[in-house]
Structure formats: C-alpha cells, structure tokens
Design a protein around this ligand. Sequence first.
Ligand code: TXE
Length: 487
Amino acid sequence: MVYSQFVDGVLTTGSKRESWLNYNPANNNPLGEVFQANDQDIEAAVNSSEKAFHIWRTKTGAERGRVLLKAADILRSRLEKIASLETQDVGKPISESLAVDISSAADAMEYFGGMAAGIHGEFFDLKNAFGYTRPEPLGVCAGIGAWNYPIQIAAWKAAPALACGNSMIFKPSELTPATALELAKAFMEAGAPPGLFNVVQGDGRVGGMLVNHPRIAKISLTGSVSTGKKIFAGAAAHLKRVTLELGGKSPLIVFEDADIHNAVSATLLANFYSQGEVCSNGTRVFVHRQIFDSFLMKLKDRTEKIRVGDPADPDTQMGALISKAHMEKIIRFIESGKSSGATLVTGGFRPEKDFKGRDITSGNFLTPAIFTDCDDSMEICKEEIFGPVLSILCFDSEEEVIERANNTSFGLAAGVFTNDIKRGHRVIHQLQAGTCWINNYNITPIELPFGGNKQSGQGRENSLAAIQHYTQLKSVYVELGDVESPY
Ligand code: TXE
C-alpha cells in the first residue's frame, strides 16, 4: 500500500520523498510506505485548494449540501472496507470501527450537509436603512489529525468547513495515513471540485508547513496539549483562526446513590474503549467511600472479562495500542504508579496469548489496568496516559470531590453518576470541563458541541457551534435615504 498525497483529485506518486513504513499495531508487520509531503507538494495543495475554493464559494448552500450528503452515502456503502483499513492502521477492534468510526464520519457529513442551505446571516431593521450580516467562508483551511479516530477526526473538520464554503487540506497523523485518502476519494465521487479536500501526508514538520503557510486561513488540530501550544503560537504569527481539540485527564464521579451497574459500565467505556486511547476518557474515577469497595470489586470483575486480542476478530473487545513506543510509554506510567505507592488491582501487563489462545507477543497489547490507593498528586492521576489505565479515588463530600476534580490544568470532559438529578446538574455546573455527561459517558452525538476548556482546547467541533469557527461575519449597512453630512 502506498500512502501519498491526494491533490487536485488524484493520488500522487511518492518518489524522491522522505518515507517510512506504516505498521499494523496488532503484529508490527508493515502495511505499506508513507511518503512525506515536501515544499512542492504543499504549494501544489494550496494552489489546488485555492482554485477549488473560488469555485465552491459560488455554490449555494443546498448545492454544497448535496455533495456532502452523497459523500456520506459513499462512506456508508464502503463501511466494511474502510473499517478494516482503520482497524489495521489504529489497532482498534473491528467491532468498534464498524459501529462508530465510519458512521460518526458519515453522521457529520449528513448533519452539516443537511444544514448547509440553512447557514445564513441576520437582518436588522434600521432608521431609513437596514443591515444584514453574511457568514462568509474563511478560505483554505487546514486540518491536522491525531491517530486514534483518523476518519472521524477528518470528517468532523471537513464537514463543517466545506458546508460553510471553505476548502480543506487535511494532514492525518503520520501513524494512520490510510482512511483520510478514502474520505478524499468519496468527495471526488460525490461531485466535489478537484482540490476541495486535499490530503498531505507526513509528521509534525508537514503540520508546521501548513501552520506557517501565508495562504492558509485557519488551522484545526486534534492532538496533544504540547502540539496545540506550538500550533497556537505558529498561527498567532499570521493571526490565523484556530480550533484546538487537545488532551484530557477527566473526572468521572460516582455518588453513593448511583446505579452501580450503569456506573461500572460507563467506567469501562470511559477507560478501555479503543484501548483507552480516547482524549475525553474519564481516567480519574472518584467513587464515594460508602460504595467504594463494592464498586471496585464489580469493576475488577468486569474488567478481567474484557476480551483482549486480534483486532480483526469480531469477538475482540480490546485491541492493540498504536505503536511499540506508545505501549512502552504506558508501561512506564504503570511502573510509576506502582513505585509511587498505588496498588495495581488488575491488568497492566503484556499478554502472550489472546482470549482465543492466539500468540500476540509480536503486537502492542496490554491488559486493562486499575490502580487504587491513589493520591491526587501521583503522576498517574495528573498526567494524560492515553491508554487502558484508570485510577480509582475515594471521596466523602460533594464540595471535596468538586475541588479535587477541578484541580487539573485539563478541562476537556467530566461525568457524574447519581440518581439525584438536582445534584447531577448542580455538580456538573461546577466542573471546569467543556463536554460533560450525567449518568452516561463518552457519547458524542453530532448535534452536541464537542471540545475542551482550560488547556484542553479552543473552539468547538460538531453542532451549530462549529459554524462560527469556519466562517467570518460580514456586516452590510444599506442606506435607503440620503447621506446626512455636516459638510
Ligand atoms: O498527538 P500529537 P497524537 C490528543 C490526546 C493525546 C494526543 C494523541 O489526548 O494527547 O492527542 O495524539 C501533528 N506542528 N487527542 O500523538 O503528537 C502530528 O503530525 C504541526 C485529543 O497524534 O499532538 C499529528 O498529525 N503539527 C483529541 C497531530 O499533530 C504537528 C482527540 C497530533 O500529533 C506538530 C484525540 C507541530 N509542531 C487525541 N507536532 C480531542 N480533544 O478531540 C505534531 N503535529
């Protein structure tokens, strides 16, 4: 497989460029070669995007919407093929790719495709005049993706950008180059002008080229806080617009009156889905002292039943971590947890065989881990691990747990479990996070804004809220009388 640039409607060849092998996390066998974009590729991509932008901005919202809706149909019609590519690239179970990744991408296309015709300004009745506003496109936008949800991240950026009349150059993570190319092909087949959605491959250096390019008007990143800061600084030099979807260390609070079975289900979802490689995960699990022991016992029991194994097997519930390096980083966190005095209740080791007895030693597999006897100041409770490792923490009062939950520089997400609905809302209103849940976790319907506060990001993806991040408002005053002039 060749992972190269997709510019002006065609996949370019990769010769004479820096390249590296892309590996399948389940066995570290090479899947193909990734060709890093060079200066000429970026210039060609910007020229092509600009050309497409000037065609696309003349289309009506309804015409743009039709292309997005058709592209959504094409994605859904290729669900199995694209899901298999995503599982090979990311290492997540095929059951997840089939159920979530491509469908969420198509949902975004349908949502923004359906509303494109409704993006409009306002009218203002004035004295002998009137005014109106126009939400105009920004121009060429660049999207930079993380490796955990490659096609979902690409579509969550492309759909609102294109619905608003912009064009986009998208750079997937250097570890997951495959499915952004499938999205680019779907746009072409759906009738998009060549260059409307271009894909460039590469690592942070290519991302940097997009951030520093004077003819790119906006950068939307999904990535780590450290990358977010670099991109924010780079964009500031050109006063570019930015959307930043960054990391988290989110609290999941379980009060003594919560439905325990549901709270345990959500804790598993909030920590072990996609091998725990989910930015909004609730990795600091605060449980009221009254139910702490029974909650931990039920959590341990269900965690140990999770089927870790070959991601391509439909029965697998937890697959492989993205890379050897990332797996080793998580193992270091687990060692740090143990050496700081926390108790590893279960998991946290490399299994030799999967749940069907297959040898998985060549892949990046770790069993889901639970730490107890934790202290808020421990590294495992403060730093984003981005893996299948949760810390369970005991609390006594509402005031105490709110203060501890907010004691972090992150502010992406938060969850509360209680059957006291007044308390649920009262507590959620005091938690410093952008995306929150009461009695569930990690459910992200396209209709609801998604994004973080504090160091977890800027701007929002999804919902109507995304429109303002891909448009610039023009105000027009129309005089119906004469110009009153003092001269
Ligand atoms: O991020 P990185 P990763 C977060 C998650 C974790 C991280 C994991 O919480 O922290 O992302 O993803 C490019 N200039 N989220 O390791 O390393 C890089 O090539 C320009 C949050 O991929 O930051 C890649 O394409 N670009 C999230 C992208 O940035 C640069 C959902 C991200 O890389 C660059 C998913 C530079 N200097 C993961 N350096 C959310 N909140 O929605 C790197 N890149």
